[in-house]
Design a protein around this ligand. Structure first.
Ligand SMILES: Nc1ncnc2c1ncn2[C@@H]1O[C@H](COP(=O)(O)OP(=O)(O)OP(=O)(O)O)[C@@H](O)[C@H]1O
Ligand SMILES: [Mg+2]
Length: 366
C-alpha cells in the first residue's frame, strides 16, 4: 500500500515536472541515492543523452569530477540550505568540459529531495577570457616596446665599438681575432632587426582608405602561391556582398599574410604529400561584441588549414610576442597581426585541433 502510494506520488510529481521541458536551462531531479529520476529536454541536450539513459544514471557518474557537486547534493539532502549556486567546470570523458552555473535546490519531497539546474556559461567565460586577453596584450605591448627601446639604444654603441676594436687588432692576430669581432657585429645586427620588428607596428603610419577585403585576400593568396607553388590548394569561399570599410590595406594584408603563412608552414608535411588545403572564407556577422563594444555588423574572415593544429603547449600564448613553436620562428607574426587588427577595432580568434585550424579575423563594418 505504502509502495503504491509512493508510486502514485512519484508519478504525480513527475508529471508536474513536465512544464520544465519549456525551460532553456537544464534541470535534473534526484532521489536520495543520487539517482536521476527526471531530466528536462534542455538537460538531455546539454548532457547529450536521452531521458531514458539519463534516468538510469547517478549524479556521481555524469562527470569525471562530480565530487564538488556530490558534496553539495548530500548537503541538500540533509537540508543544510534551501539552494546553493556555484560556477563549475564539469569534465566529461571524450568531450569538451561544460562550463556551467549550477543551482542546487533542496525540495520538500523525501522521494526526490534535490533539484539541480545548470545554465551554460559559455558567453560569460568567453567575455571574461577576451577581456583578460585585451588587458594582458596591452600590458605586454607596453613592456615589449620599452624593452625594445632599452635594447636598441646601446646596440649601436656595441656594434661601433666592435668595429673600432677590429681596426685596432694587431696585424698578426687579425685573422683569428676578427672572428670574434664579427660575431659581435653579426649578433648586434640580428638583435637590431628583431627590435626593429618589435617596434615596427607603432612607427608605421596608419594609411586609411577604403578597403575591399577580397582584394586583401587575393593579394595574400598570390603571395602564398608564389612561395608554395606545389601541393597546396587554396580555396576561396567569398561573400561578395561584404561592403568596403575604412582601414589600412597594407596592414591588413600583412595580418592575413602572417596568419596564412603560418598555416602554409604548418602544412609542410601535407604539402609534400600533396593534400594541403588552405581556405579563405568571408562572411558578415550581425550584432557582435568586439573588444567590449557592440557592433551592428562585422566582417568575419576565416583562414582555415588542414594541418596538424597548434601545439597544445603554446596554444594559449600564440599571440604573445616571442612565442614560437617552430625552429627558427621569431614568434612575432601573430603579435603583429593582432596589433594591426586591433588598430581596426577588431579581434583575432582561433580554434585549433589536429586537421583543422581556423583563425578568424573580426572587424566592425560600417
Ligand atoms: N595554422 C597554424 N597551425 C599550426 N600552428 C600554428 C599555426 N599558426 C600559428 N601556429 C603556431 O604559433 C606559433 C606562433 O606564430 P607566429 O606567427 O606568431 O610566430 P612564428 O611563425 O613562429 O615566427 P614569425 O612569424 O615571427 O616568423 C608558430 O610558431 C606555430 O607554432
Ligand atoms: Mg609566423
Amino acid at each position: 500500500m505504502c509502495g503504491l502510494f509512493s508510486y502514485m506520488t512519484l508519478k504525480n510529481t513527475l508529471s508536474s515536472f513536465a512544464g520544465l521541458d519549456l525551460l532553456t536551462s537544464a534541470v535534473i531531479v534526484l532521489n536520495p541515492d543520487g539517482l536521476i529520476v527526471f531530466a528536462n529536454a534542455a538537460a538531455e541536450n546539454l548532457l547529450d543523452s536521452s531521458f531514458k539513459s539519463l534516468t538510469h544514471q547517478r549524479l556521481g557518474e555524469l562527470f569525471l569530477n562530480s565530487e564538488e557537486l556530490l558534496t553539495v547534493f548530500h548537503q541538500a539532502v540533509a537540508h543544510q540550505f534551501a539552494d546553493k549556486r556555484q560556477d563549475l567546470t564539469l569534465e566529461r570523458a571524450g568531450r569538451e568540459a561544460l562550463h556551467v552555473h549550477s543551482i542546487v535546490t533542496a525540495l520538500d519531497n523525501p522521494e526526490m529531495p534535490v533539484l539541480i539546474e545548470f545554465r551554460e556559461n559559455v558567453q560569460q567565460l568567453k567575455l571574461d577570457r577576451e577581456e583578460r586577453m585585451i588587458d594582458q596584450s596591452k600590458a605586454n605591448k607596453e613592456l615589449i616596446r620599452n624593452l625594445a627601446h632599452e635594447i636598441k639604444n646601446p646596440l649601436g654603441g656595441i656594434r661601433g665599438a666592435a668595429q673600432l676594436l677590429e681596426l685596432e687588432l694587431p696585424e698578426r692576430q687579425l685573422r683569428e681575432l676578427r672572428e670574434y669581432t664579427q660575431v659581435i657585429i653579426k649578433e648586434a645586427d640580428r638583435l637590431q632587426t628583431l627590435v626593429d620588428r618589435l617596434l615596427a607596428p607603432h612607427r608605421l603610419p596608419h594609411i586609411v582608405g577604403d578597403v575591399n577585403i577580397h582584394e586583401v585576400c587575393e593579394r595574400v593568396r598570390s603571395l602564398i602561391m608564389a612561395e608554395f607553388p606545389h601541393g597546396l590548394e587554396i580555396q576561396r569561399d567569398y561573400d561578395l556582398s561584404i561592403p568596403e570599410f575604412r582601414g589600412d590595406k597594407e596592414q591588413l594584408i600583412q595580418s592575413v599574410l602572417n596568419i596564412a603563412h603560418n598555416a602554409a608552414q604548418a602544412l609542410a608535411e601535407r604539402i609534400r604529400s600533396g593534400d594541403a588545403k588552405l581556405t579563405f572564407k568571408t562572411r558578415v556577422v550581425r550584432q557582435i561584441t568586439l573588444a567590449k563594444i557592440r557592433y551592428r555588423l562585422a566582417l568575419d574572415l576565416h583562414i582555415i588549414d588542414n594541418g596538424p593544429g597548434i601545439p597544445p603547449e603554446i596554444r594559449n600564448r600564440i599571440f604573445y610576442p616571442l612565442v614560437s613553436g617552430r625552429d627558427g620562428g621569431s614568434g612575432l607574426g601573430l603579435t603583429l597581426a593582432q596589433t594591426f587588427v586591433d588598430q581596426h577595432m577588431g579581434v583575432i580568434e582561433c580554434e585549433s585541433r589536429p586537421g583543422y585550424t581556423d583563425f578568424r579575423i573580426l572587424i566592425p563594418l560600417p
